[in-house]
Design a protein around this ligand. Structure first.
Ligand SMILES: NC(=O)c1ccc[n+]([C@@H]2O[C@H](COP(=O)([O-])OP(=O)(O)OC[C@H]3O[C@@H](n4cnc5c(N)ncnc54)[C@H](O)[C@@H]3O)[C@@H](O)[C@H]2O)c1
Length: 356
C-alpha cells in the first residue's frame, strides 16, 4: 500500500492506494469518526463491493443507501434521499458517510456530507480510475442541474481516500479509457515527463497491468494533492486542473448527461483547447497533435461530435464556474506540460474552435 497526504493543516488527510484495501478494514477503519456510518453506493457497484466494506464496519451503527446508476442521478433529488437516510440513521455531527463508487457517487455523497448538519466526515472509496485519480481527491463536491453540470456544490475535503486498485478489474473498458483521459490531463497540464511515461506505458495501462495502474494513480494523486494543498479553493493554480473541462462540460451538457462520458468529453475538450492554443500561436501544432495521438492510443474521441452546435456550446460555456465578471476564462496551453489560465480570448476564436 502507498500512502500520500493532502496537507491542509487540521484538515489534512491520507490517500491510501493499494490492492485489496476495501476488504482489509484494518487499513481504513481508523478514518471513521463516531458511531454512525452511512455507506452510499449504486446499483452496479454495491453487488460487487458493498459487502467487503460493511463487513469491516465492526460495531458501528450503519445503514446503506443504494442509488440508481449514472450521471443522470447526480441530482438534488438523490441528495434528498441521502438526507432522508441520514435522518433515519439518526446521524449526528460525528457521523461518517462512506462514498463507494465512481465520481458520481463520490460527488453526490461529498455534497450531502458538506450539507448535513453543516458538515460531517466523508471517506471516499473510489472504484473507477477517474475517481481514483481525480474526483475523490480535493474536496470538490456537487450535484447537477438541468441548466448545467456541478452548479450546486461545496468545497468539502474528505476525511480519507481509500483507493483499492483491485476494484478496477470489473470496470467496463469504456470507463477505463475515460479515466485515462484524466490521467493524460495531468501530464498535459503540468508534467511533461509523466506525459512521456504515458506514451511509453499506454498499452500496459489499457491492459490493466497492476503495477502500471498503481504507479499512474499514485502519480496523479501526488500531483493533485500538491495543487490542492497550495490552492484549495481554486483562486489560481487549481484552475489548471480544469484543462479541457470548459469545452468538455459544455459538450457533456449539450449531449445530455450520460451520453458522452465525462472523460470522453474532457478528451475532446483538451484537444479543442490545444488546437485553439496552436491557432492563437500560444502552443505548437505538433504538441497539439502529440496530445491527440496519445488520447487516440487510449481509444478516446478527439473531435467534436457530428452535428455539434457551436453557438449552443458557447452559451453553455458562459455558465462555466471559472468565468469571472461575465468574461470567459479558459485553460489554454503552451505545449506538453504547460497549461495556463487565459481570460482575453475573443469569442469569435472560441466559436471557431467549436466548429467541426
Ligand atoms: N469532484 C471532482 O473534483 C471531480 C473531478 C472529475 C470528475 N468529477 C465527476 O465525476 C463524475 C464521473 O465519474 P466516473 O467517471 O467515475 O463515473 P461514474 O461514477 O458514473 O462511474 C462510471 C460507471 O462505472 C460503474 N462503476 C464504478 N465502479 C465500478 C467498478 N469497480 N466495476 C464496475 N463498474 C463500476 C458505475 O456504476 C458507472 O456505471 C462526473 O459526475 C464528474 O463531474 C468530479
Amino acid at each position: 500500500m502507498k500512502e500520500l497526504r493532502v496537507e491542509l493543516g487540521s484538515r489534512s488527510y491520507p490517500i491510501r492506494i493499494g490492492a485489496g484495501l476495501l476488504g482489509d478494514a484494518a487499513r481504513w477503519r481508523d478514518t471513521l469518526g463516531g458511531r454512525h456510518v452511512l455507506v452510499i453506493s449504486n446499483e452496479v457497484v454495491a453487488p460487487l463491493y458493498l459487502q467487503r466494506v460493511t463487513a469491516g464496519l465492526g460495531d458501528r451503527t450503519f445503514s446503506t443507501l443504494i442509488l440508481a446508476d449514472g450521471e443522470a442521478h447526480k441530482t438534488l433529488d438523490s441528495a434528498a434521499q441521502v438526507f432522508a437516510a441520514l435522518a433515519q440513521l439518526k446521524a449526528s455531527r460525528d457521523a461518517t458517510i462512506i462514498a463507494l463508487g465512481g465520481g458520481v457517487v463520490g460527488d453526490l455523497a461529498g455534497f450531502a456530507a458538506a450539507c448535513w448538519m453543516r458538515g460531517i466526515a466523508c471517506v471516499q472509496m473510489p472504484t473507477t480510475l477517474l475517481a481514483m485519480v481525480d474526483s475523490s481527491v480535493g474536496g470538490k463536491t456537487a450535484v447537477d442541474l438541468p441548466q448545467g453540470k456541478n452548479l450546486v456544490g461545496a468545497f468539502h475535503q474528505p476525511r480519507a481516500v481509500i483507493a483499492d486498485t483491485d476494484a478496477l478489474a470489473t470496470l467496463p473498458e469504456r470507463e477505463l479509457r475515460a479515466g485515462c483521459a484524466e490521467v493524460v490531463k495531468y501530464g498535459a497540464l503540468g508534467d511533461a515527463a509523466f506525459f512521456g511515461w504515458l506514451e511509453a506505458h499506454a498499452d500496459a495501462l489499457l491492459a490493466r497491468d497492476a503495477q502500471t495502474l498503481a504507479t499512474a494513480i499514485a502519480h496523479c494523486c501526488e500531483q493533485k494533492a500538491g495543487i490542492v494543498a497550495r490552492d484549495e479553493n481554486e483562486h489560481g493554480e487549481r484552475a489548471l486542473l480544469n484543462f479541457g473541462h470548459s469545452f468538455g462540460h459544455a459538450l457533456e451538457t449539450a449531449a445530455g448527461y450520460g451520453t458522452l462520458l465525462h472523460g470522453e468529453a474532457v478528451a475532446i475538450g483538451m484537444c479543442l483547447a490545444a488546437r485553439l492554443s496552436a491557432r492563437l500561436g500560444r502552443a505548437s501544432a505538433a504538441d497539439a497533435e502529440r496530445l491527440t495521438n496519445l488520447l487516440q492510443r487510449f481509444h478516446l474521441p478527439t473531435e467534436l461530435p457530428p452535428g455539434s452546435d457551436a453557438q449552443r456550446l458557447l452559451e453553455l460555456m458562459r455558465l462555466d464556474k471559472k468565468n469571472v465578471s461575465g468574461r470567459l476564462r479558459l485553460i489554454l496551453w503552451r505545449g506538453v506540460g504547460q497549461a495556463e489560465i487565459v481570460t482575453d480570448i475573443p469569442e469569435a476564436s472560441i466559436r471557431a474552435a467549436l466548429k467541426n
